[in-house]
Design a binder for this molecule. Structure first.
Ligand code: ASP
Length: 307
């Protein structure tokens, strides 16, 4: 099977560590202007997004270009899928144009895994339904490590719409492989009990204070209205019980960091005061998204040993 990147679940700790280490070489550091590299000159990647995205799509595109590759982006509305072509046919057509990798996002969980079985071109999963979003977990880990923290023994609270969150799942797989303690928190309707079993080191609670007490990292999640068939909570009530406010931070470890994969909804799951506070690393996450995706593209396109 071609070595793309479908999820975190099947990666080894060493493999993840190698991507995280390599991504450091691609962080801008002190240089204000990023020098374009030519590691992937003459290579081409196609971004195929069947769901809305701002940061992930742009970030993959910038990552490819910074490595000297060409990147083409196709959105579902503009593709032949809207003319009734099947997913397999669309992918086969694109693959016949010989890109070096296809980066795809799709609303169906497992779509990239299914397509990879039919295709020689490596696929990079940029989010599949409620299943995985591997590069998000990698950039989150990079951002935590940049603070000088070790993942082992770290207390990470992931709060919000856990049920529909591919970000939560990929983070649980990654953090668990490195020995972190993970607390998943949300209203009962958005917190499936079986998630406690998906990886070691996971506990569940419906109580936000309990989740935050002693946390080193607080990861907030957006309520995925597009994946819910009925509104679970009126938005004002949601914020009252599961919205992160400044007073919550006093319960956490003194140097807690607050993360959010974006897009954030101010006043719904996070207050503006927290989102804009010194504790927030939300924009560092966005910045690291490029470095981590450069490391992933290099690995997939250059077939680095061990992949
Ligand atoms: N951007 C993330 C995702 O695509 C999180 C979100 O949309 O809430 O899963």
């Amino acid at each position: 099977m071609p070595a793309g990147l479908l999820g975190i679940e099947d990666l080894t700790r060493e493999h993840i560590q190698a991507i995280l280490d390599r991504s450091r070489d691609f962080q801008p550091r002190a240089e204000p202007n990023f020098r374009k590299l030519d590691l992937l000159r003459g290579r081409m990647v196609v971004n195929l997004f069947f769901e809305a995205s701002t940061r992930t799509r742009t970030s993959f595109e910038i990552a490819a270009k910074r490595l000297g590759a060409d990147a083409i982006s196709i959105t579902a509305q503009a593709s032949s899928v809207s003319k009734g072509e099947s997913l397999v046919d669309t992918l086969n057509t694109l693959a016949a144009m010989r890109p070096d990798a296809i980066i795809m996002r799709h609303a169906a969980s497992g779509a990239p895994h299914f397509l990879q079985r039919h295709l020689e071109t490596p696929i990079i999963n940029a989010g599949d339904g409620t299943h995985e979003h591997p590069t998000q977990a990698l950039l989150d880990a990079r951002t935590i490590l940049d603070r000088g923290a070790k993942l082992e023994g770290l207390r990470v609270a992931i709060i919000g719409d856990i049920a529909h969150s591919r970000v939560a799942r990929s983070n649980v797989y990654l953090l668990s492989k490195f020995g972190a303690d993970i607390v998943l928190c949300g209203p009962a309707s958005l917190l499936p009990a079986e998630l406690a079993q998906i990886a070691p080191g996971v506990t569940l609670t419906n109580n936000m204070d309990e989740a935050i007490r002693g946390a080193d990292v607080i990861m907030m999640l957006r309520v995925q209205l597009e994946r819910q068939h009925e509104m679970a909570f009126p938005s004002s009530e949601y914020f009252q019980f599961y919205g992160l406010r400044l007073e919550h931070l006093r319960l956490a470890s003194p140097d807690v960091i607050v993360m959010h994969p974006g897009p954030i909804n101010r006043g719904r799951e996070i207050s503006s005061e927290v989102a804009d506070s010194q504790r927030s690393v939300i924009l560092n996450q966005v910045e690291n998204g490029i470095a981590v995706r450069m490391a992933v593209l290099e690995r997939v396109l250059c077939g680095v040993a061990g992949h």
